[in-house]
Design a protein around this ligand. Structure first.
Ligand SMILES: [Zn+2]
Ligand SMILES: [Zn+2]
Length: 274
């Protein structure tokens, strides 16, 4: 198994720290063979909304320049991939698809942080009431689009909840795993969340119960460091996460295919325009 990571942020999202190059050097020093950089994507909003947790549209050019520069500069030491972490915002998916094509994005990972669009301010981490169903519906619809290389932190609904799993959440976990299996969208074992679990002394995400459910399906799992600072690319954390994930009966993969966004557009297999 190659040591790889496709979930890496940069300071442009306003809650990650350090220089891009420091991240790449940390990845090399910590034994990563492939580093996918996948900062929180910008969106082109209809409104004048400014998101606080992602790069702005006009910051993207610098992000692209930096990732492609580092990819070339360090190509003998590490393989760098050019990605983004994106939500599923149906009204903006046409824009996102074109954006991925225009910019040669290798892959998106699916971070299902907000319901609808983030202009509506409905954060899905630890969401309550009707948004529990909303979280799972959005996961399922997003995974069906073919736009995403994998689903990041599938148990995000447990964030800041103490990890208490209601029957509704348990059922939702089954829905995610079924779609992961049927549409071949791998599920992420989130290592930043694992660090949080270790600090708190209980599990939110990743959660044992979720991975026990996942093991009942034919799903693929992938480690994601979700690095927001250089310390998150620690090889010891990677190894510990791999050990934990290996206890569940799921296939662990170390790579994701690049996604052919041109093909998605050409074949008009977009499901958000049904
Ligand atoms: Zn983040
Ligand atoms: Zn992330």
């Amino acid at each position: 198994m190659r040591q790889t990571n496709f979930h890496t942020h940069t300071s442009r999202c306003h809650h990650a720290y350090g220089e891009d190059e420091e991240m790449v050097r940390a990845a090399i020093q910590n034994g990563f063979e492939v580093l996918g950089i996948s900062d929180h994507t910008c969106w082109k909003y209809d409104s004048d909304f400014v998101a606080h947790m992602r790069m702005k549209l006009d910051e993207f050019a610098n992000y692209k320049d930096s990732v492609l520069y580092l990819k070339d500069r360090y190509k003998k030491q590490i393989e760098i991939r050019f990605g983004l972490e994106a939500e599923y915002f149906p009204k903006y998916m046409d824009w996102l698809l074109d954006f991925c094509i225009e910019n040669g994005i290798d892959y998106l990972i699916f971070g299902n942080h907000y319901y609808g669009t983030d202009e509506d301010h409905i954060y899905l981490g630890g969401a309550k009431g009707e948004y529990i169903k909303g979280y799972f519906d959005t996961c399922v619809e997003g995974m069906k689009t073919g736009m995403y290389a994998y689903l990041a932190h599938p148990e995000l609904i447990l964030r800041d909840t103490g990890g208490f799993i209601t029957p509704e959440i348990e059922e939702g976990f089954h829905r995610i795993c079924k779609i992961s299996q049927d549409y071949n969208v791998p599920l992420e074992f989130n290592v930043l969340g694992m660090q949080h679990n270790m600090r708190m002394g209980y599990e939110e995400y990743p959660h044992t119960k979720f991975w026990q459910i996942a093991a009942q399906y034919n799903v693929k799992a992938i480690l994601g460091m979700d690095a927001h600072r250089v310390g998150d690319l620690d090889q010891k954390l990677y190894n510990l996460a791999l050990e934990k994930l290996s206890k569940f009966d799921v296939e662990i993969i170390d790579d994701v295919p690049s996604i052919d966004y041109k093909k998605i557009k050409a074949e008009k297999i977009k499901v958000w325009q049904k």
